[in-house]
Write a protein that binds this ligand. Structure first.
Ligand SMILES: [Zn+2]
Length: 316
């Protein structure tokens, strides 16, 4: 189905635009999964979160919001609580406490589990400027929450573990803590599906990396691409276009990769706001972001459906 974007709507003659608008009210422009994703990004990247640097009150505030969303969605922890604290040393020698938030949606059948990960930390405040990190990575957390909603609505066969991790920007610390003390044995994790920067692209393009090292994932994702509401491109997982364009080690999935856990990573190409104070809610193209969230939901459902074959092909 073709849907009109905000931009094309603006270019139409007024009468036609009004007709389209009334249609849009009857059936919202992009009524995909994750309608709350826009609110999630707006709230997580607001100035009062102070850029969500690990160990700060802004980080605590972000966690409180994410936990309120966990409760709203009806998620359960694996143990007695969602919070999984860990400590790490910064380059200057100081010790920081980070906190991952981990939830599980029980599968109807059990067996292997799928992890969905996204980091919630960002760069904090530097020289008096707040680095809000709307794309990096409030957008990925919003995507993860949308995936959780989708699995609650349509229970998975396998356990789905939701890992909202801390301190990615300081060296994948939260993801490394997760795999160092995993809530289930690592051998039972068939796949990590990681989201980092889902919301900004002028060409309606979202990348999925991981099909080069794990070719058995390719048919699943190629099929998703045929119906995805964005252009879902495969790549950025070899050195073919130079080391910098290989995203294998550039986000939390790498912590899983290092432990031999297969992974896929969803994210956009770099943009002018990357790691700048301008990466805030005002610069998020909302229509693309909704399409991007719908795409990662669709892909996550497909990967979970095929998880037994994925595990078998990966020798797990
Ligand atoms: Zn970043």
């Amino acid at each position: 189905m073709t849907r009109l974007s905000r931009r094309s709507l603006a270019r139409r003659p007024r009468a036609f635009a009004a007709a389209v608008l009334s249609l849009a009210i009857a059936a919202p422009a992009f009524a995909g999964p994750g309608d709350k994703a826009i609110d999630d990004v707006r709230i997580l990247s607001a100035d009062d979160m102070q850029g969500r640097a690990p160990g700060t009150p802004g980080s605590e505030k972000a966690r409180a919001y994410i936990l309120s969303r966990f409760a709203q969605i009806g998620l359960s922890p694996l143990g007695d609580k969602f919070e999984q604290p860990f400590t790490y040393a910064k380059r200057d020698g100081s010790t920081v406490q980070g906190t991952n938030l981990v939830a599980r949606i029980r599968g109807m059948r059990g067996g292997k589990a799928m992890v969905v990960s996204a980091h919630y930390d960002h760069l904090g405040v530097r020289n008096g400027e707040i680095y809000n990190g709307a794309d990096d990575n409030a957008s990925g957390v919003a995507g993860l929450l949308a995936v959780a909603e989708a699995f609650k609505a349509k229970p998975p066969k396998h356990d789905v573990i939701l890992a909202v991790v801390d301190a990615e920007e300081g060296g994948l610390r939260g993801a490394k803590a997760f795999v160092a003390a995993p809530p289930v044995p690592l051998a039972s994790i068939a796949l990590d599906v990681n989201f980092d920067m889902l919301s900004k692209n002028a060409k309606n393009e979202l990348y999925v990396s991981g099909t080069a090292p794990f070719p058995f994932l390719k048919p699943i994702l190629v099929k998703v691409a045929t119906t995805a509401p964005v252009t879902l491109k495969l790549g950025h997982d070899t050195d073919a276009d130079g080391k910098d364009n290989n995203w294998t080690n550039q986000s939390d999935h790498y912590a899983f990769a290092e432990k031999g856990v297969p992974w896929v990573y969803f994210g956009v190409e770099d943009h002018p706001e990357y790691h700048k104070p301008t990466d805030d809610f005002a610069t998020v193209p909302q229509d693309f972001f909704k399409r991007s969230v719908a795409t990662v939901v669709q892909a996550s459902l497909a990967l979970e459906r095929e998880l037994d074959d994925v595990a078998k092909a990966a020798g797990r």
